[in-house]
Structure formats: C-alpha cells, structure tokens
Design a protein around this ligand. Structure first.
Ligand code: RB5
Length: 142
C-alpha cells in the first residue's frame, strides 16, 4: 500500500519507528515531515498528509502529534478525509469497520510503538462493514 506519514516535533521520534515498521511490512511510505525535533506547527504536516490521501497520491495516511488531537482536527478539514484518533488497537479496527477512516492519528506522548503497530495491523486487516455504516459515512460530507 502507498502510505503518507507525517508528524510535528512531538511525534517525530515515534514517526521514525513507525516509518521503519511500515516499510519492513512491505508498504511504500512517503515521509512528509517534520524531519527533526525542532518545534514546528502540526497543521503544516497534517495538511500535507491529508491532501496526499485526498488527491489519491497516497492510499492511506498516518499522523502523529503530542495528543493526536491537533493533527486529526486539521486532517478532517480536508474534503474526503476521515481521520480517526486511534488511542488503542480496538479503536483502530472500529475506525475502519464503522467509519472507513482513511487517515489514522496517534497521540505520540501517550503511546508506545507496540500499541501503534498493533493499531496499524488492525486497521489494515479490518474491512469497512458497509450497510448502515455506509449510510452514515455518506452523510459526513456537507
Ligand atoms: C505540541 O506541543 C502539541 O501541542 C502538539 O503536538 C499536539 O499535541 C497538538 O494537538
């Protein structure tokens, strides 16, 4: 799968770990920054990842910031993006099954690599259930 990944400074260290894990699991991953621990503004990176997914350049997106909240707010402003804050692996499964999330966001300051990898595994393995969820997802875009 073609993936875009991004973070602010708070997610930078964990992003490197997640990037390597995704690549070693066979994904083609584009790292859209940030590229150091220097303080930056999360909207700049969240928007890049969201636009890459919305345009079809990437199939799915992964975002990290301190809480995951900032990046999820920004990504959800981009038309066609359904970004979910995956604060545990079960939420990650449900974000696909019920919401067909196309961007997964993580709270870097409250997560460990194992939980993020399990969440990503669940998200990739899960399938959108359609049916009543299809109707609800269709009502999201204004
Ligand atoms: C950065 O300190 C922090 O505010 C940011 O990473 C994020 O948590 C915002 O939602």
């Amino acid at each position: 799968m073609k993936l875009a990944i991004g973070s602010d400074h708070a997610g930078y260290e964990l992003k490197k770990t997640v990037y390597s894990w995704l690549e070693s699991n066979g994904h083609e991953v584009e790292d859209m920054g940030t590229y150091s621990n220097d303080s930056v503004d999360y909207p700049d990176y969240a928007r890049k990842v969201a636009e890459s997914v919305a345009s079809g350049q990437s199939d799915q997106g992964v975002l990290l910031c301190g809480t995951g909240v900032g990046v999820s707010i920004v990504a959800n402003k981009v038309r066609g993006i359904r970004a979910a804050l995956a604060f545990n692996p079960e939420i990650a499964s449900l974000a696909r099954q019920h919401n067909n999330a196309n961007v997964l966001c993580f709270p870097a300051r409250y997560s460990d690599p194992g939980a993020i990898e399990k969440s990503l595994e669940n998200w990739f393995a899960a399938e959108f259930e359609g049916g009543r969820h299809e109707r609800r997802v269709a009502k999201i875009e204004p």
